[in-house]
Each structure stands twice: as C-alpha cells, then as structure tokens.
Write a protein that binds this ligand. Structure first.
Ligand SMILES: Nc1ncnc2c1ncn2[C@@H]1O[C@H](COP(=O)(O)OP(=O)(O)OP(=O)(O)O)[C@@H](O)[C@H]1O
Ligand SMILES: [Mg+2]
Length: 267
C-alpha cells in the first residue's frame, strides 16, 4: 500500500450564477492510500457528487488541487473510471459491446484484438455477466445493468474506481448481491475505490474508512471513521458483531444527531 496515493488538498468549490457565487465545498483535505476503499456519506445536496466529479476531472475545483500519484488531476481520464447511480450503458450496444467500447478505447494500441476480446470476457465474468453478453440493456434488469457498468469501469484498469451511489436505484436483495460482488472484486484486484452512498450499512460493510461530510453550503469533512473489521466480511456475521454496531452507531449519530438537515432539525 502506498500512502498518499490520492490526495485532496484544500479543495474548495463555488458555483457561480450571474454575480452570485455559492460555496458548496470548503477546505477538503483527504489522503487515500492505494487499495483503500473509502465511502463518502452526507446529506443530500452537501456536495458529494461535486467532490467525486472533481476527482473524475469532470469539474474543476475553484480552490486546491487533487493529486493522483503526485500528478495534478485536471481532466477526465481512463485512470479514474466512474460508475453512476443510473447505469450509463449505450442502448444500441450489447452487454459485450458496452464493455468492448471502453476496452478498445483504452487498450486499442496496446492489446491485440484477441487479447481485447479475452479481457472483455474476463471482466464480464468478474461480475457474472458473461452469459448475457449478447443482450442489449433493455433486455436485462437494473442490477445486471449496474454489473455491466462496473465491468466496463474495471475493464479500463483504472487507478481509482469512482462510484456515485452505484446501488441506489436497486432493490435491497440485488443491492446486497452487488455489494458482495464489489467486496470480492476489491479483495481480488485491490483497487482504490471512492464510493458515495446514502446507506449507512453499505458504507460500514464495504469501507476501510467512511468520510462523513457536514451539511452544505460550504460543506467540509466533519469526521473520518476507520472501520477496523477484518476481511472478508460477511453480512450475517457482522449483524451481531459489536464493532460493526459501534461503527454503524457512530455514522448514524453523525448524520442524525450532530448534522441533521436544517429542515428536520427545526421540526
Ligand atoms: N453545475 C452546478 N451548478 C450550480 N450548482 C450546482 C451544480 N452542481 C451542483 N450544484 C449544487 O451544489 C450542491 C451540491 O450538489 P451535489 O450534487 O454535489 O450534492 P450531493 O451531495 O451529491 O447530493 P445528493 O446526495 O442528493 O446526490 C447542491 O446545492 C447543488 O445544487
Ligand atoms: Mg450526488
């Protein structure tokens, strides 16, 4: 594990509308080690997606810099693949085609055609979607679409996998299955992952650290909780684990006691 692999230094972000600027993020400092799984949790509208999109190079921060392996991040790149809440598959391509398009783009010059084919199939197998390779997005379920989105992101061999509420639109059972798959893949590949979630159990189950954000405007990191639970983690065993319960309570306390959304706080 390399320390300081990914660094947010003094990130600030304001959105300007005419002459009025709203400060969404302020003084974000965070260092993530290679291979670490970090979740970002906070109330709606606090700026989680904004922060992830700055790391993705889709937005430029108004202050501070993000460094990946000591290089400033200032544009999108295949070293930071993003999985969004609602799958972003191309509807006219098959499952295979949706992964192949990314593989061709990233490895077109360095892998042969047959190597690229094997790599697409390997990544579809990782998410258990190889058997559905010829289906189009409208022919598969929401959970399957998310799997393909994850396969496509992994196939780019990104340095960092960014996930913005990747399971948010799924039912609880499918969600649990996909969480298990993501844990298995993370154990196998050792990716560095930054994931946004609203789900406290999901954050505690999957993460090495949970980054808790204060409410906006001018949101910042309120607290970082280290989840010291051994891996592999099994949800059934954790249900009765006192350390799991302690971590879960700490996140709940942060979100609902100390940083309630103002409307609810007034109620
Ligand atoms: N392009 C933009 N222009 C102006 N304001 C924006 C823009 N993008 C986001 N914002 C504002 O920044 C704030 C943070 O938005 P963001 O999408 O990062 O929140 P979030 O924490 O991801 O919320 P949610 O949990 O609902 O997804 C919101 O007040 C939003 O209105
Ligand atoms: Mg968001």
């Amino acid at each position: 594990m390399k320390n300081g692999y990914l660094k947010f230094e003094q990130i600030g972000m304001s959105f300007r509308r005419g002459r009025i600027a709203t400060e969404v993020l302020r003084d974000i400092d965070l260092t993530i080690a290679q291979g670490e799984f970090v979740s970002l949790i906070g109330h709606s509208g606090c700026g989680k997606s904004t922060l992830l999109n700055i790391l993705g190079g889709l937005l430029k921060s108004t202050r501070g810099e993000v460094f990946l392996e000591s290089k400033v991040v200032d544009e999108p790149g295949p070293d930071r693949a993003i999985v969004f809440q609602n799958h972003s598959l191309l509807p006219w391509l098959t499952v295979y085609g949706n992964v192949a398009i990314a593989v061709d783009k990233v490895f077109g010059a360095t892998k042969s055609k047959s190597e690229r084919h094997d790599w697409v199939m390997h990544n579809l197998e990782l998410v258990q979607m190889a058997q559905a390779r010829d289906k189009r997005p409208h022919e598969i379920s929401g959970g399957m679409k998310q799997r393909v989105g994850i396969a496509r992101a992994l196939a780019m061999q990104p340095k960092v996998l960014l996930m913005d509420e990747p399971f948010g639109a799924l039912d609880a059972l499918t969600r649990a299955h996909l969480q298990d798959s993501v844990m298995e893949i993370h154990a196998k590949l050792g990716n560095t992952v930054m994931m946004i979630t609203h789900d406290v159990d999901e954050a505690v189950l999957l993460s090495d650290r949970v980054v808790m954000m204060t409410n906006g405007p001018s949101a910042t990191i309120g607290e970082v909780l280290t989840i010291d639970l051994p891996r592999p983690r099994r949800r059934l065993e954790l249900a009765t684990d006192p350390e799991y319960a302690r971590c879960r309570a700490a996140v709940l306390e942060f979100l609902y006691a100390r940083h309630r959304v103002p409307a609810r706080a007034a109620a």
